[in-house]
Design a protein around this ligand. Structure first.
Ligand code: IPE
Ligand code: IPE
Ligand code: MG
Length: 244
């Protein structure tokens, strides 16, 4: 990473491989999640220090409800406990916490903790930590379409006025720039229903490392890789980001 070169403004991460990390060590999957939580803390701190504007972390998808009940409840409990423990530190570092996902079907105690954290940090101007929870890209698009349809029906929006900006403003990520860089750990080469609209021109970085092995040094490596890319956005020369 070269801090003098173009830095991504927004990084999105699919934190994958906790289960395999644990299995390879003869541990329980839940122990993999607990190790993964330590990396979350380090990656958030590193992102904040390097002046990143936004970091979106995929913590739980709309499809993850199909996992065994004890794993799901462990993940819910861990999210709440860790956020309560770290909230003060996040706030002191100027981090603004927000959530990205559907409220439908999400446990009340989790939403309550998230709402409190978002309210507590809402005026912070440092890193925006965007937690994708009960998140599904298709669900998000459907929710946006429903919101837009209601405004059209109420007469407050003309169909001809629906453009990319209007659409983006109806997504959970309203107000955030699109991710410049998507990172997925654990060697899987797919996006698993993550940020379908927002990733249209993101640079993708895949690593074999499991999430519990993804240290801040690995993040810097990914950013260094991003900085060597040439982003063209359909044009024939570099427009912005990467290359330079
Ligand atoms: C990512 O690790 C964490 C969540 C999806 C919550 P996994 O739990 O998917 O780990 P693997 O992919 O089974 O190794
Ligand atoms: C994506 O990982 C979701 C999160 C990291 C929260 P999964 O492990 O659920 O994705 P698939 O099932 O391998 O596509
Ligand atoms: Mg996985």
């Amino acid at each position: 990473m070269d801090s003098k070169r173009d830095m991504p403004r927004h990084i999105a991460i699919i934190m994958d491989g906790n289960g395999r990390w644990a299995k390879e060590r003869g541990l329980l999957r839940t122990q993999g999640h607990l190790e993964g939580v330590k990396r979350v803390d380090e990656i958030v701190e590193a992102s904040s220090k390097m002046g990143l504007k936004a970091l979106t972390l995929y913590t739980f998808s709309t499809e993850n409800w199909t996992r065994p009940e004890d794993e799901v409840s462990m993940l819910m409990q861990t999210l709440v406990t860790v956020l309560e423990q770290k909230l003060r530190k996040l706030h002191d570092n100027g981090v603004r916490f927000r959530v990205c996902g559907s409220r439908d079907g999400a446990p009340k105690f989790v939403l309550h903790t998230f709402d409190k954290a978002a309210e507590y940090t809402k005026d912070n101007t440092g890193l925006t930590l965007n937690i994708a929870f009960n998140y599904g890209g298709r669900q998000e698009i459907l929710d946006a379409v429903r919101g837009i349809a209601q405004e059209v029906k109420a007469g407050s929006l003309e169909p001809s006025a629906i453009n990319e900006n209007v659409f983006s403003d109806h997504l959970y990520t309203k107000g955030l720039p699109d991710p410049d860089l998507l990172i997925r750990t654990s060697g899987e080469l797919r996006i698993s229903n993550f940020l379908l609209w927002q990733l249209s021109y993101a640079e993708f970085y895949f690593t074999e490392k499991y999430w519990p092995d993804f240290t801040p040094a690995e993040l810097e490596k990914a950013i260094g890789d991003y900085q060597r890319r040439e982003r063209r956005f359909g044009s024939i020369r570099t427009v912005s980001g990467g290359g330079a």
